[in-house]
Write a protein that binds this ligand. Structure first.
Ligand SMILES: NC(=O)c1ccc[n+]([C@@H]2O[C@H](COP(=O)([O-])OP(=O)(O)OC[C@H]3O[C@@H](n4cnc5c(N)ncnc54)[C@H](OP(=O)(O)O)[C@@H]3O)[C@@H](O)[C@H]2O)c1
Length: 327
């Protein structure tokens, strides 16, 4: 049987993505074959599409780091044909053919059964960004209660940040978002944040090892200096989560005092190899108590013929909202 897939080819040092027909035999070895319904567009996909060896070592390759769909073949006794499932992270779309193809074949250990309260589409509206946000909030709410004070979300208008704002608001937290523009401010306020501050307002040049205690918790999605300031302005006993590095891989001016004098906890978030028990628990919450209204607001659904144009836009920072690939 033939199916459609994005395939990125390396030709004379250039990386050229094309939409081609593939056969089931072309898929990698694995226990479970899934007819993909949806995949979400992530920055990693855009990098994989354009030959970034940090994401994908071997070409030709089919990107797509997440997928939801229906099982059509399974050699695993726990996973039945006809089940609706979700796959995010692991090696999907990195060096294993991913969700930008109509079918994927993956190890059974990567597969999570879709909870009843969400559709296949909603699962990918969350996608990797929503799942990462949920992991961040999951860690924070274990320790920080709503009455402890405001939670700062750094990169609040981004994929991970905006989902984090929504979950925290839904759970009754007062949220302040760090934003880069007036349009982002309006967007983040529309998600229910109490307030926003600009990157300049969030900045601090004093170099002090600890700053005024402002936040009960911080969800950081950018790393670098904003993370450092977030940690140094977290209140006694607060929690800071971090998952990204768009503002830098280092933590400038960082020191031990927020940790040893204020008991601040810094928690790293990894969605790729997150253990299966936590995965299932987080998807369950996303399908019931954390699920908000109007999940599809700001989501653009496209077919495979349009996805490469959206990849280009993402790389040129011209994309507004989230893009969902529907097969
Ligand atoms: N650990 C994991 O498992 C995991 C999973 C998913 C994603 N990530 C990482 O998480 C990060 C965020 O991902 P995403 O999908 O949310 O990306 P995104 O949609 O591009 O959002 C990033 C946000 O950060 C903002 N930003 C950039 N530089 C900033 C700075 N110096 N200070 C404050 N805000 C800044 C951006 O604003 P502008 O648009 O105005 O520049 C944007 O709103 C990325 O580094 C990604 O690789 C990690």
């Amino acid at each position: 049987m033939k199916f459609k897939a994005v395939r990125v080819f390396e030709e004379e040092g250039r990386f050229i993505p094309r939409i081609i027909e593939r056969s089931m035999e072309d898929l990698p070895a694995g226990d479970v074959v899934i007819r993909v319904a949806y995949s979400s567009l992530n920055y990693k996909d855009a990098l994989s599409c354009t030959g970034n060896r940090g994401v994908t070592r071997e070409y030709p390759h089919t990107p797509g780091i997440d997928a939801s769909g229906v099982v059509v073949e399974s050699t695993d006794s726990q996973i039945q044909v006809g089940e609706e499932v979700i796959v995010t992270g692991y090696d999907l779309g990195m060096n294993t053919d991913g969700g930008f193809g109509e079918y994927i074949r993956v190890p059974a250990s990567w597969v999570v059964r879709k909870p009843e309260g969400i559709s296949l589409k909603e699962a990918m509206i969350y996608g990797t960004a929503g799942f990462t946000a949920a992991l961040s909030v999951y860690e924070l709410v274990e320790v920080v209660k709503p009455e402890a004070g405001p939670v700062l979300v750094i990169g609040a208008a981004g994929g991970v940040g905006s989902h984090s704002v929504k979950f925290l608001v839904k759970l009754g937290y007062e949220v302040v978002g760090v934003v880069g523009s007036e349009a982002e401010r309006e967007f983040v306020l529309s998600l229910g944040a109490r307030d926003t501050i600009s990157r300049e307002e969030a900045d601090d040049k004093s170099g002090k090892p600890m700053l005024k205690q402002l936040w009960a918790g911080v969800v950081d999605t950018v790393g670098g200096n904003p993370l450092s300031i977030g940690i140094r302005s977290t209140k006694y006993g607060g929690v800071v989560t971090t998952c990204g590095n768009v503002a830098g891989g280092g933590i400038p001016e960082m020191n031990v005092y927020p940790f040893i004098l204020r008991g601040v906890r810094l928690i790293g978030i990894d969605s790729v190899k997150c253990p299966v028990g936590k995965r299932v628990d987080v998807w369950k919450r996303l399908s019931d108590s954390w699920k908000g209204e109007n999940l599809d607001r700001g989501v653009l659904e496209v077919g495979i013929e349009e996805i490469l144009e959206k990849v280009k836009k993402m790389l040129n920072s011209e994309l507004v909202g989230r893009v969902l690939l529907k097969h």
